[in-house]
Design a binder for this molecule. Structure first.
Ligand SMILES: *Cc1c(COP(=O)(O)O)cnc(C)c1O
Length: 406
């Protein structure tokens, strides 16, 4: 099946018992058990079923299965937010005294949470992830994982995933990719060698910005060395599912990072149109980028135009488009604010991946906690506006930007 068909037909949809065409919202905290023996089996991973929604729930499981299919992994764990997914995905691997290598070009919240990890004795080395020498120089005997975004938010650098995965694996390290900005519509990191994929499903997967959530999808391919990753030893009996089993029986369950069933329901509906929305939003973004690029006093950054340093990598790594986010530099913070205030269609919102076009000044908001050095490395400047392009008629967006410029 091709992309859109697979989204609609790869899983049994709806409710087998009643024939309802959508998976019902199992708005229940807990589940009746048929016997004490059955309940014991459930708690010892010897039977399938549901016990308590913090661990699993049928609506959430339906969403997890759809995400697994979408990302071509073997299992997924749905979380309360993208940040919960990133936190759980990494802390399932790394212990006190160990290190993470992460791209300098990350979502501001991710940079912040890596700093939070320091209080628990976990250090993150931020490097230019496209610079092999810098990555290799940062690897020590304490390194346990490499983390990057497929398209960095908001630097919009496109990572050569296959190359980075090869480098990580040569050092016995797993590669965890945040695929929020690209989505599986543009690239499936697991197919290119990434070991674990996280998505903030608050964005394009949900699609309508009606709920916060995230998801972790495992490829099942990484071979966890028992001495290097002693926490995995107990779960080796789950074979390729060791990573997911450890997480669901450990940190995910015990920190209570679960998704709400209602959110899973919204996401199941939203993701049916992921392909259509991405197709339109990516086409709009390309047209808007080309239009804005015609102004001499605007610097456009978009992987889909030849002036982007990542255009060549984008052509190799991304399918079907170049993403729906672009950034522009307009010369000064004052001019950026004026432009944002004059635009009528794009709304000032700290979000991406909505049906509507959203704009933000990252330097004064999302990256407010970053140091000057971190901002520069993340491609954040005080004259920069990030535009998350929606599915409007692009002619209206172009007219709006033209009159704001005038
Ligand atoms: C929004 C975002 C996150 C965080 O997701 P939440 O659902 O807001 O917690 C992480 N990574 C990227 C790339 C994002 O855009």
């Amino acid at each position: 099946m091709r992309f859109n068909t697979e989204l609609l037909h790869s899983e049994k949809m709806g409710d087998e018992v009643t024939g309802a065409t959508l998976t019902p919202v199992y708005q229940s905290s807990a589940f009746y058990q048929t016997s004490a023996e059955q309940h014991e089996k459930l708690f010892h991973n010897k039977a399938n079923g549901f016990s308590y929604t913090r661990i699993n729930n049928p609506t959430i499981a339906a969403f997890e299965n759809r995400m697994t299919k979408l990302e071509h992994g073997i299992s997924s764990i749905a979380c309360s937010s993208g940040m919960a997914a990133i936190t759980n995905a990494l802390l399932n691997i790394v212990r006190t005294g160990e290190e993470i290598i992460a791209s300098t070009s990350l979502y501001g919240g991710s940079i912040d949470v890596f700093h939070d990890f320091e209080a628990f004795g976990i250090q993150t080395k931020f490097v230019d992830i496209a610079d092999d020498k810098a990555v290799e120089a940062a690897i020590t005997d304490k390194t346990r994982v490499i983390f990057a975004e497929t398209i960095g938010n908001p630097k919009l650098d496109v990572v050569d995933i296959a190359h980075l995965a090869e480098l990580a694996h040569a050092h016995g390290l797993p590669l965890v990719m945040d695929n929020t900005v690209a989505t599986a519509y543009l690239v499936r990191p697991i197919e290119l060698g990434a070991d674990v994929v996280v998505n903030s499903t608050s964005k394009y997967i949900n699609g309508n910005s009606n709920a916060i959530s995230g998801v972790i999808t495992d490829s099942g391919k990484f071979k966890w060395d028992k001495t290097k990753y002693p926490g995995m030893a107990e779960y080796a009996k789950f074979g390729p599912f060791a990573y997911t089993a450890k997480l669901r029986n450990g940190l995910f369950r015990n920190t209570g990072a679960c998704m709400a069933p209602q959110t899973a329901f919204y996401n199941l509906i939203g993701m049916e149109t992921l392909g259509l929305r991405m197709e339109r939003a990516c086409a709009n973004a390309k047209k808007l980028a080309e239009f804005l690029d015609s102004y001499e006093d605007i610097m456009v950054n978009y992987p889909g135009i030849p002036s982007s340093p990542w255009h060549e990598v984008a052509d190799r790594v991304l399918e079907r488009g170049y993403g729906a986010i672009l950034t522009i530099r307009v010369g000064s913070k004052e001019r950026a604010f004026q432009m944002m205030n004059r635009l009528k269609i794009p709304k000032i919102v700290s979000n991406i991946g909505d049906t509507k076009t959203l704009i933000i000044h990252p330097e004064s908001t999302l990256n407010a906690h970053s140091t000057e050095q971190e901002k520069e490395a993340a491609g954040v400047f005080d004259d920069l506006i990030r535009i998350s392009v929606g599915i409007e008629d692009v002619e209206d967006l172009i007219e709006d930007f033209r009159s704001a410029m005038e």
